[in-house]
Design a protein around this ligand. Structure first.
Ligand SMILES: Cc1cc2nc3c(=O)[nH]c(=O)nc-3n(C[C@H](O)[C@H](O)[C@H](O)COP(=O)(O)O)c2cc1C
Length: 188
């Protein structure tokens, strides 16, 4: 197979779609974030990268808390709206029913099926366009109906994914195999 070189860029698939929440000057603000990743399992930590110009960054630094909410695919319009409009110019505090958890200052979205409540551990700056916020997940909230045998069920949550460089949203496809199982049938 001949490979094309297409230049260094952030082609990492699939890209998640999350809505990050923070209180800025005492009012909830939300930002759509695809640059979100798992840092480690124990204690559970997550990273989000926000452009330095975003309004939400002020609130994360102010309270040292933020939320990462997983929207379902039926929330695609409001999710895109949040990503098109900055809290500097519009009020995004009334888009959702908001609740607060043990940290008291990280706004969590009632309508999103899964919510991660995070405590800021560190803010990293590598001199580029973004600030990387590392957070410890202190609690996870999930709608009762989104669980199967006590675990979050991807088919019920219906998260959606993102292809940033061509600007498209996609739904998650069909189940293909059982992890830590299918590999046992590998034959050289
Ligand atoms: C699907 C999608 C994903 C996005 N992902 C990111 C991201 O990972 N990091 C980022 O800095 N901005 C991202 N944005 C842009 C911000 O959501 C957008 O600039 C937002 O209006 C900033 O809001 P704020 O100024 O209220 O914080 C994304 C936008 C969309 C639509």
């Amino acid at each position: 197979m001949s490979k094309n070189k297409i230049g260094a860029n952030t082609y990492l698939y699939p890209m998640p779609v999350t809505i990050v929440g923070a209180n800025v000057n005492g009012k909830a603000n939300f930002v759509t974030i695809a640059y979100c990743g798992i840092v480690q399992h124990k204690p559970p930590m997550i990273s989000i990268t926000l452009s330095k110009s975003h309004y939400t960054n002020l609130g994360i630094k102010e309270n040292s808390t933020f939320s990462v909410n997983i929207p379902s695919k039926d929330m695609v319009i409001v999710t895109d709206y949040i990503g098109l409009n900055s809290g500097r110019y519009i009020d995004k505090s009334k888009l959702f029913k908001i609740f607060y958890g043990k940290l008291k200052t990280a706004p969590l979205i009632e309508e999103a099926p899964l919510n991660l409540e995070c405590k800021l551990i560190q803010c990293l700056d590598y001199g580029g366009s973004g600030e990387i916020f590392i957070g410890e997940i202190v609690e996870v909230y999930i709608d009762e109906g989104m669980l199967t045998e006590g675990l979050p069920d991807i088919e019920k949550i219906k998260p959606f994914i993102f292809s940033m460089h061509d600007g498209n949203y996609w739904e998650v496809g069909k189940h293909i195999a059982k992890a830590w199982e299918i590999g046992k049938s590998y034959k050289k």
